[in-house]
Design a protein around this ligand. Sequence first.
Ligand code: SAH
Ligand code: SF4
Ligand code: F3S
Length: 474
Amino acid sequence: MPAEQKQNSTAVSAQTLSQQQGYADLVRAVLDAQYARTPKAFVHTYGCQGNVADGERIKGMLEAMGYALTERVDDADLILFNTCAIREHAEDRVFGNVGALKNRKAENRNLRILLCGCMMQQPRVAEKLRRSYPFVDIVFGTHVIHRLPELLYRNLSTGKRVYELPDSDGVIAEDLPIHRDSSFKAWLPIMYGCNNFCSYCIVPYVRGRERSRAPEAILAEARELVAQGYKEITLLGQNVNSYGKYPDTGWNFARLLRELNAIEGDFILRFMTSHPKDCTHELLDTMAACDKVAKHLHLPFQSGCNRVLREMNRGYTREKYLDLLQYAYAVMPSLSVTSDVIVGFPGETYEEFLETVSLVKQAKFTSMYTFIFSSRPGTKAASLPDPVPKEEKSRWLQELLRAQEAIADERTAAMVGREYRVLCESVAKNGRIEGRTQGNIIIEFPADPAVIGSFRTVRVTESLIWILRGELTD
Ligand code: SAH
Ligand code: SF4
Ligand code: F3S
């Protein structure tokens, strides 16, 4: 099959998208008749940046239907939670927050409550909602986001609950309306879904099969972002290193990075997440050679023990991971590496956990996201014996954090006296400006908030626990 045809196999058709525009107009007409003012929508997204990127499209569609976005749940005529299923705790929070809406709905029958995202894609969650949360109006899955106008119209015109949760390998919907949360930092999904089936992980079940966007669509979106003045573009995918494989676009991730790097303008490129099994020397060389690509690599290792890595179905060994890091630091001496790790995988022993501690000491990560294993129903790891009690796992986690803290302190202390170009992002509670280095480290410094959204140079003057302070030098 020609590459072009293959690329379109998961694409949502132009006809479907124009039908949805028709529904959006119908929703707008219903809202105009119902409200003598602009109705307001509150959208909250849980989970990863991929979900945040979906949330920005959901907000765009709601605006296109006539809603104004609000940050205040009290004001809202429509409340939407875009949920995450990665750990049990994430799900518990959503159930708690949805439960709290019951009274609000009792007081205001016109309030619409919508739930979508990864959690909804699990039948046990949908059943629980159907049974115990009748005040939820619309529940929809990760594969039908582009059909939100149709679903909302169906609910508004019939008053009936709408559950739209097709099981699907997934689609790619281009050109949806979008409301970006920031005017200078943008998320740019390059692929969706995941085929890796790490044994602990729910993502492949709730997000469908891995599928890459066409390179032309990604490049066009990036060019538009740069033209609009965006200063940082983060490429998103569960495993960006396998970009272009499904469908075969004829491009790999390194080529995509090179082409994006060639776009004229003052901006930086980030990407996440890299999977070590698909991280190549070509990619690391490309990072090193591309001036706009931030010298930051988020490369989750999950465990330092080969037996556990095998049980996790990660597809690499401790040795392969450390070799990759060695090569990466050799070609990019200023590289900052961050990672994810799971403590207490079922059957992990204390001795095996200590191999994770030793990897952390060797790898010298800038920072780490640490998670205690959370059993996800339906995954392979959920059926493994898990004899170590949670309290014990928490103690292991503390031990790991202490080891990493010493390393992070050393790394940040070495930054004192040096200058860094940062993207000024926000005002801290203490009134200072927070800027982010290429290496994804925040430096605080006194400056006028007008600097937000621009690149400035900062000299680091002191390193405190968790925070670096500095001063502008340009
Ligand atoms: N695709 C990325 C990870 C996305 S999920 C990758 O493969 O690196 C983000 C992180 O959540 C994972 O890296 C892992 O550390 C953690 N995680 C995923 N499932 C988990 C589970 N069941 N329990 C605890 N942590 C989990
Ligand atoms: Fe989950 Fe593994 Fe896919 Fe990452 S690569 S999303 S951890 S299954
Ligand atoms: Fe969560 Fe779904 Fe992302 S499970 S981490 S929101 S892909």
